[in-house]
Design a protein around this ligand. Structure first.
Ligand code: SAM
Length: 191
């Protein structure tokens, strides 16, 4: 079984748009307790690698052929990105997925703003670590800044879809931005 019901959301996204394949290196942000990591480990197999990151400790995952690593860190802290790069290894990252969520206050606009902030941290991380052609998934609570976030993601990837997996229907504001095939890194000025 899976450690979290949220595992089925990633399974559904993967089934619909084909995200995870054999041998991939996956970075999973907001990974505790580890449900998405389990799904990723199954899909990437023995030649794959899964790096899970969370503020909370993630209990050791065994029984998978994939190489699995965990990083305890805060994604709003720049140092965590360096830890991720180290854990992902020199081969580069094929997909960054984020199921991060803020602690809910119940105040809708605040929860929305915090969620967009976390999704933007994930997006920046993806831009730093992904290979060309890599994929990105981020959970965001819908609200006024949602469209602006999607627009920014669209500039960096070939294909972007907003999805709402069945397993998250009970909280109707929860959406997943699914982006495939990261475009060529633009040549920076001065190169
Ligand atoms: N996908 C996970 C699974 O299948 O087991 C469930 C993730 S849970 C919905 C959201 C997680 O985001 C929480 O474990 C929380 O600690 C984490 N999180 C929230 N803010 C974070 C941050 N700034 N840095 C790292 N993780 C964060």
């Amino acid at each position: 079984g899976y450690r979290a019901r949220s595992a089925y959301k990633l399974k559904q996204l993967d089934r619909e748009v084909d995200l995870l394949t054999d041998g991939m290196t996956v970075v999973d942000l907001g990974a505790a307790p580890g449900g998405w990591m389990q799904v990723a480990a199954e899909e990437v197999g023995a030649r794959g690698r899964v790096v899970g990151v969370d503020l909370q400790r993630i209990d050791y995952l065994d029984g998978y052929d994939a190489e699995v690593e965990t990083v305890k860190g805060d994604m709003t802290d720049e140092d965590t990105r360096d830890d991720i790069k180290r854990a992902a290894g020199p081969g580069g990252v094929d997909i960054v997925v984020s199921d991060m969520a803020p602690n809910m206050t119940g105040e809708y606009s605040l929860d929305h703003a915090r969620s967009v902030y976390l999704a933007r941290q994930a997006f920046e991380t993806a831009q730093e670590v992904l290979k060309e052609g890599g994929h990105f998934v981020a959970k965001v609570f819908d609200g006024q800044d949602f469209r602006g976030f999607v627009d920014d993601v669209e500039e960096e990837f070939n294909y972007v879809r907003v999805m709402s997996p069945d397993a998250s229907r009970e909280s109707s504001s929860e959406l997943y931005v699914v982006a495939k095939s990261k475009l060529d890194a633009p040549v920076s000025e001065g190169d």
